[in-house]
Write a protein that binds this ligand. Structure first.
Ligand SMILES: Cc1cc2nc3c(=O)[nH]c(=O)nc-3n(C[C@H](O)[C@H](O)[C@H](O)COP(=O)(O)OP(=O)(O)OC[C@H]3O[C@@H](n4cnc5c(N)ncnc54)[C@H](O)[C@@H]3O)c2cc1C
Length: 386
């Protein structure tokens, strides 16, 4: 959109991160869809800043169900996603010190029944994650079927697929205002108006701000900053086959990444929606925690970044029509799990947008639409106020 003009679509999706790109792709076969993005590059915010882990045991129950449901798509995506596998196997080891035995037991009990999980002793933990200092981790829980995700291929596959189906991606186009006129949303942008009867709010950390522009109550989303650093692997080491290692209390993690090591203090600092940047203090905490657990001497940080993981109180996503505002569909609050759950969540969201039943198989995983509906948040707020 180079000049000011008014455009009309069946569905306007706001936000071209993984949430907006995936749901737009799922909707585009049967509707005229546009994804509207304020930045010049889709994926500039949280989607481009993730650790790219696929874990079927990470996150609250609705996320675990949606991630499990996503596996079939990851394993067998449409052709437009390219020739290379979207997932590459990499185990995840939840490592516990002696004083964390209770946390390990709690984690194991909370995941009992999940496939592909087993306890490991210190020796095996150090075989899986050879940089662990002797005597640091006395036991661990291993998720054998976890993977690395090719986030770029997934995200750009969705955007390419959307365009192939006739959908549009409109970048550098912030939605500044929204008004409901005669059953249509009229979205104002610097390039002109965009008209659509249905708006999908996939605005990530900005989803509550966008909802306010549309006259809706906030969902109570809290963006939380998380920091990541890239460092070199020790000389002569080849980390390709090592497990990703996560502290059982999620105080840090270390993950091999293309011959280097991605490390994080697993921070969760509440933040306003913004272009998140790493803070000196979080970098220092990260290096300290990593050096206490692993045989690494961090002399130089090659690269570091931060991103916002956006949650509501129960950490489940917010997916469904707003209970009070017509034509506003929420797709937000994916927290730290929005990449791994994107295929399952976008298929669900597309069905809900168009008033169809849930995708097959999701209910069998114990998933209930009520657990992600915006209405649950309204009810909880009302109960808390009474
Ligand atoms: C350090 C870190 C590690 C992570 N690791 C993992 C992991 O291992 N596995 C995993 O599954 N997930 C992980 N995540 C979480 C995952 O990255 C997020 O859940 C996911 O990217 C959220 O996607 P999104 O599309 O909702 O948000 P975003 O990617 O932020 O997209 C929202 C978009 O909306 C646009 N927007 C906002 N307001 C407007 C407006 N008014 N007009 C137009 N556009 C607007 C923004 O510019 C933005 O591009 C991690 C996150 C971080 C920060």
């Amino acid at each position: 959109m180079s000049q000011k003009s008014n455009r009309q679509f069946d569905i306007a999706v706001i936000g071209a991160g993984i949430a907006g790109a995936s749901v737009a792709h799922e909707l585009a076969a049967d509707a005229r869809v546009a994804v509207i993005e304020m930045e010049s590059h889709p994926g500039y915010h949280t989607t481009g800043r993730s650790a790219a882990v696929f874990s079927e045991v990470y996150g609250p129950a609705p996320i675990r169900a949606l991630t499990g449901q996503s596996r079939a798509f990851f394993d067998n995506p449409p052709e437009v996603f390219g020739q290379h596998a979207l997932l590459s196997p990499r185990g995840v080891l939840y490592a516990a010190r002696e004083d964390q035995a209770e946390s390990l037991e709690k984690l194991r009990d909370s995941l009992s029944g999940a496939a592909g999980l087993r306890m490991v002793d210190e020796d095996e933990a150090r075989r899986l994650s050879p940089l662990l200092l002797p005597g640091y981790a006395v036991a661990g829980l291993l998720e054998e079927d976890a993977s690395d995700i090719d986030v770029n291929a997934l995200h750009h596959g969705y955007l390419r697929g959307l365009r192939q189906l006739g959908g549009e991606v409109i970048v550098d186009c912030e939605v500044q205002g929204a008004e409901r006129r005669n059953g249509m949303w009229v979205l104002s942008t610097k390039h002109g108006e965009i008209h659509a009867p249905i708006v999908v709010n996939a605005a990530g950390a900005w989803a509550d701000e966008l909802a306010a522009k549309m006259g809706a109550q906030p969902a109570g989303l809290v963006p939380k900053r998380r920091t990541a650093l890239m460092i070199a692997a020790p000389d002569g080491a080849d980390p390709a086959g090592w497990a990703a290692t996560v502290d059982v209390d999620e105080q840090f993690y270390l993950k091999p990444d293309a011959g280097r090591l991605l490390i994080s203090p697993a921070d969760e600092t509440p933040s306003a929606p913004c272009d998140a940047q790493p803070e000196e203090m979080d970098i220092a905490i990260c290096i300290d925690r990593i050096q206490r657990a692993f045989d690494v001497d961090v002399k130089r940080v090659e690269n570091c970044w931060a991103g916002l993981r956006t949650f509501v109180e129960d950490h489940a996503p917010v997916c469904g029509y707003d209970p009070s505002v017509e034509g506003l569909f929420w797709l937000a609050g994916q927290g730290g799990y929005g990449i791994q759950s994107a295929p399952g969540l976008s298929q669900l969201a597309a069905r809900m947008v168009t008033g169809q039943q849930m995708p097959d198989g999701l209910e069998d995983r114990g998933f209930k639409a009520a657990d992600v509906s915006p209405m649950r948040l309204r009810r909880r707020k009302a109960t808390a106020e009474n």
